[in-house]
Write a protein that binds this ligand. Structure first.
Ligand code: DP6
Length: 328
């Protein structure tokens, strides 16, 4: 059996996905909007025809809940071609895993691409995005580069809930400075955090109702290359997602002290130094700061001075996921 090698970039949402309309099919309650990032990437090698599934993630064998989630995902490909048997999967990230740095987005995008290509199962872009979504909602957005819109869809089978590129952003070189505030894995997964939020936060209906208008606003802001307008809507989406999560019982709290200090620093850069920049925060304590290239150095220096910021990662807009076949 051939080995497929897929490379996918993680993405960061400008308008967040937080809540599901169907947990079984992993259908989002609303759409979302993201930017695919480079040079961060997941590289996944996969070969079918083994007696059972075996996963090596960043040099370690996966077991328990992680392995069960991955095997469950591969079952979706085995349902398309039942003779595949088990798969040997070796996956590496060139960035920290499971600390709110969106590793599941690139991870399941690369796995969907490698698993289908190694099986010679031909899926179009929409069907591939639907498959990646079953692994992780954000993964549906990591198959293509640039600015990507996820459609929440309406159909019960989820066939209309997939992501497409809105803009390759080749002429608008947005950059992201990621302030890393811990090297530890996060305590509450996105899946668990959003489930608890959905079940217990009184703010959840208001959150969901605001998502589609925010996506439209952000798409218009980007179409007119209006950084300040994008900053307002994207920061509001992140803050409202976390406000909604804080309303859960018990509260879903991803922030650390350094997270809040970085947010204050970015506000000061904007208000006092007039530097266009804005924050977004996902299901972890790190802060991602969007900025245009001419201000990267200044923002990076300011973030590195914040106590509790361990290091920064610089990212730019990334491209499409890729796949190649080795052997025959
Ligand atoms: C905060 O895609 O990790 O990053 O579908 O349950 O696997 P599952 O969730 P996941 O959630 C991402 C949440 C977020 C916001 C976003 O990326 O839109």
């Amino acid at each position: 059996m051939p080995t497929a090698v897929a490379v996918a970039h993680p993405n960061i949402a400008l308008v967040k996905y937080w809540g599901k309309r169907d947990a079984g099919l992993n259908l989002p309650a609303a759409g979302s909007l993201s930017v695919t990032l480079a040079p961060m990437a997941t590289t996944t090698r996969l070969t079918w025809g083994k007696s059972s599934d075996a996963f090596t993630l960043n040099g370690r064998a996966a077991s328990g809940r992680d392995a069960a989630r991955l095997s469950g995902f591969l079952d979706l490909v085995r349902a398309l071609r039942p003779d595949l048997g088990g798969a040997e999967v070796v996956s590496e990230n060139n960035f920290p895993t499971a600390a709110g740095l969106a590793s599941s987005s690139s991870g399941f995008a690369a796995l969907a691409l490698a698993a289908t290509h190694a099986a010679r199962v031909e899926l179009g872009p929409a069907a591939l995005s639907v498959l990646a979504r079953r692994g992780s909602g954000s993964a549906a957005r990591s198959l293509v580069g640039g600015l990507v819109r996820m459609d929440g869809g309406r159909l019960g089978d989820g066939s209309d809930a997939f992501a497409t590129q809105v803009d390759p952003l080749t002429d608008w070189p947005l950059q992201v400075v990621i302030a890393v505030t811990t090297e530890a894995s996060k305590e509450t997964s996105s899946t668990d955090g959003m489930t608890l939020t959905q079940q217990t936060s009184p703010y959840y209906p208001a959150w969901v109702a605001g998502v589609e208008p925010d996506i439209d606003e952000a798409v218009e802001a980007i179409a007119s290359r209006d950084f300040d307008r994008l900053a307002r809507v994207a920061e509001a989406s992140a803050m409202r997602m976390h406000a909604c999560a804080l309303g859960a019982d018990p509260a879903v709290l991803y922030w650390r002290g350094a997270t809040v200090d970085v947010i204050h620093t970015v506000r000061a850069l904007r208000r006092q130094a007039g530097i266009p920049c804005f924050v977004t925060v996902d299901a972890g304590p790190h802060v991602k700061v969007f900025v245009l290239p001419e201000h990267v150095d200044r923002v990076n220096r300011a973030l590195l001075e914040v106590p509790g910021v361990l290091r920064t990662i610089l990212a730019r807009v990334g491209g499409d996921a890729t796949v190649r076949i080795e052997g025959s």
